[in-house]
Write a protein that binds this ligand. Structure first.
Ligand SMILES: O=C(O)C(=O)C[C@]1(C(=O)O)C=C[C@@H](O)C=C1
Length: 400
């Protein structure tokens, strides 16, 4: 057996000891430098926080690429040893990224608080309002508009979600009715994004049961159909039925369910059909080829009523918001604890991937409460403190 001599063992021990001492000495040096760096780093961050205040007051964005280039170049110019350029570049790039994150967080908290103030500045509900709904005549949004405002209401349609927002912006309409969530397929994020972009408010909601039908031109039969048009949600929500038609059918995503019915009627071709709500068959003169084809008979879409102004009053009992979180463990738990400790019931929590950050999410919440109530405002402010970006979307009355 190959055993080590005592000398060998002693040498190894000495080596380890001296190596360990050496490491300790080096680490002590690092600690000393870090001690000097720390207050400087904090001071720099505080200055960046003041820069954020300035940027908010003049409406400048956080990122200033030109300034960042300048900062990096000035550090490169200071270097005599050019072989160190990369590490210095990375060091200052990281510092500026941290300061940008802090500025963004601060500005977004201010925005969140400002949004609460805006919400507390309500306007009275408009009598005989002009309504804009999404899609063409016969769309589920029109059905929702009728349910909320009545069959006699003054309605016009918008070809896209954004067109509906523009109609509000240009004072062509008083309220917009738009889909926000489907019980099968979840939140309609584009509408959420537009609410944020325009800074408008949800002032009400209405649920519409979705009962898709397959419809074609007069006299057509299911066996004739080769092309089926519908909104992507209509196709997704009827996937079970579509499978029974076999593989030869081609599904084509179209602007909306009602617009698909209109297209089939206009093309007047017996090989085409549309998936849309029953009322469209009558409106566009089509035959219903199959009824109630959606996967779930509980399929419901929630629509929101949007206004430029908040209409908060004492009857409002539901708050909708969206937020991001720092990507660290326990962050969501901390935010949810704010709702639990404040005794506010969380009605919905849904997460959606963020476009620009892989595997980071935007959380959508609905919770009970009225922001006229000081306690609810306090809890909402606590939530804002714990989140990255916070978007308050509305405070309104839960549908009857
Ligand atoms: O000078 C600014 O505008 C800052 O906000 C500071 C700073 C930095 O950390 O140096 C941060 C973000 C900007 O993109 C540029 C520079």
């Amino acid at each position: 057996m190959d055993t080590k001599s005592d000398n060998q063992k002693l040498n190894e021990l000495n080596n380890t000891c001296s190596q360990k001492n050496r490491l300790d000495i080096l680490r002590e040096e690092i600690d000393k430098i870090d001690k000097e760096l720390l207050p400087l780093f904090l001071k720099r961050m505080d200055l960046c926080s003041s820069v954020a205040d300035y940027k908010r007051s003049v409406g400048k964005p956080v990122l200033d690429s030109e300034r960042e280039k300048q900062v990096l170049k000035s550090k490169m110019d200071l270097l005599t040893d050019k072989s160190r350029e990369n590490e210095v570049y990375e060091f200052f790039t990281a510092i500026m990224s941290i300061s940008r994150d802090r500025q963004t967080r601060e500005l977004s908290r201010d925005k969140g608080r400002k949004r609460i103030e805006d919400m507390l500045n309500p306007k009275p509900h408009i009598q005989n309002p002009r309504i804009v709904f999404y899609g063409v005549k016969g769309s589920y949004s029109e059905e929702a508009a009728i349910k909320y405002f009545g069959a006699e209401s003054n309605r016009t349609n918008a070809d896209s979600f954004e067109a509906a927002f523009l109609s509000l912006k240009n004072n062509k309409s008083d309220y917009a009715v738009l889909p926000i969530e489907n019980s099968n397929t979840g939140t309609i994020v584009d509408v959420m994004d537009l609410l944020e972009k325009y800074g408008y408010f949800i002032i009400g909601e209405v649920d519409i049961p979705i009962r898709h039908c397959l419809m074609g031109v007069k006299g057509s039969k299911v066996s004739d159909i080769k092309y089926i048009y519908s909104h992507e949600q209509g196709i997704m929500q009827s996937s079970g039925f579509l499978k029974t038609l076999g593989n030869d059918i081609i599904c084509r995503e179209y602007y909306s369910t009602a617009k698909s019915a209109e297209k089939v009627a206009n093309d007047n071709n017996p090989v085409q059909a549309a998936i849309a709500g029953k009322q469209n068959a009558e409106i566009y003169g089509l035959d219903i080829l199959a009824e109630d084809i959606n996967n779930s008979d509980k399929n419901t879409t929630r629509f929101i009523v949007v206004s430029v102004n908040s209409e908060i009053d004492v009857m409002c009992n539901k708050i909708s918001a969206a937020f991001t979180l720092p990507h660290e463990s326990g962050e969501l738990h901390r935010v949810l604890a704010c709702f639990a400790h404040g005794d506010l019931n969380l009605l919905k929590l849904e997460s959606r991937p963020l476009d620009n950050k892989n595997f980071e999410y935007m959380f959508f919440v609905d919770y009970t409460g009225n922001l006229l109530d000081e306690k609810v405002r306090q809890i909402t402010n606590n939530v804002i403190e714990g989140t990255g970006e916070f978007k308050l979307l509305g405070n309104y009355k839960i549908k009857e």
